[in-house]
Design a protein around this ligand. Sequence first.
Ligand SMILES: Cc1cc2nc3c(=O)[nH]c(=O)nc-3n(C[C@H](O)[C@H](O)[C@H](O)COP(=O)(O)O)c2cc1C
Ligand SMILES: Cc1ncc(COP(=O)(O)O)c(CN)c1O
Length: 222
Amino acid sequence: MSDTTPLDDAQLADSVLPAGADPFALFEEWFAAAQVGELNDPNAMALATASADGAPSVRMVLLKGHGAGENPEGMGGGGFTFFTNAESRKGEQIRANMQAALLFHWKSLRRQIRIEGPLVEVSPARADAYFHSRPYKSQVGSAASDQSRPLAQRQEYLDRVQQVWAAHEGEGQVPRPAHWTGFTLSPRRIEFWIDRDNRLHDRREFVRDGADGEWADTLLYP
Ligand SMILES: Cc1cc2nc3c(=O)[nH]c(=O)nc-3n(C[C@H](O)[C@H](O)[C@H](O)COP(=O)(O)O)c2cc1C
Ligand SMILES: Cc1ncc(COP(=O)(O)O)c(CN)c1O
């Protein structure tokens, strides 16, 4: 027989996602909690892109810049930035269709954030700065990788790694490959989801028309 004990006060409590909140501020709050509560890569997020004809694909990337202070190509309005090889599969999809969706799921916190909007490439100066802030080993690994293209055998990649390593060891940094860059998602929709007992979850979405638009928010049925 099913459990028919009455819902308790915690389950019947109102939403913990305040109406009229600033979604960037709420993101910062949850992201800070994830730094403490999530074991590995609290900045890991799924990045969904789609081909020109609308076929979606998704993979994990790391968030490397975020918040109201992000300034996608001078349009302002904040954003969420990741870096990648623009000649990869995702890079080709982004070139064909400059929009994406991001998903954070912090399992230990039982929280999810979904973010959607157009993408803007970061400036070459910012891509350089981020690329050179990475450890030498990571610079080498990225520069030697034709990300997402077929590799006949792993040794081929390892040989390229050795070559790039030796070529730039003296300077201690690798020139950034022109195709290694970053993109900032300018959010048009941000949704916060928090687990509540018995699947009586709590969701609030924030939407705006443009990078300089006002946020409007509403609760959603879980
Ligand atoms: C936790 C995690 C973080 C990752 N971060 C990145 C990243 O920031 N940039 C990146 O290009 N690939 C990253 N990767 C690898 C991608 O998931 C993916 O394998 C790669 O970018 C190729 O994707 P594509 O073929 O769709 O272009 C990460 C993988 C994991 C599991
Ligand atoms: C291929 C690749 N590129 C980039 C990153 C992002 O991390 P970082 O820039 O800190 O190396 C990762 C992290 N797993 C990765 O696997």
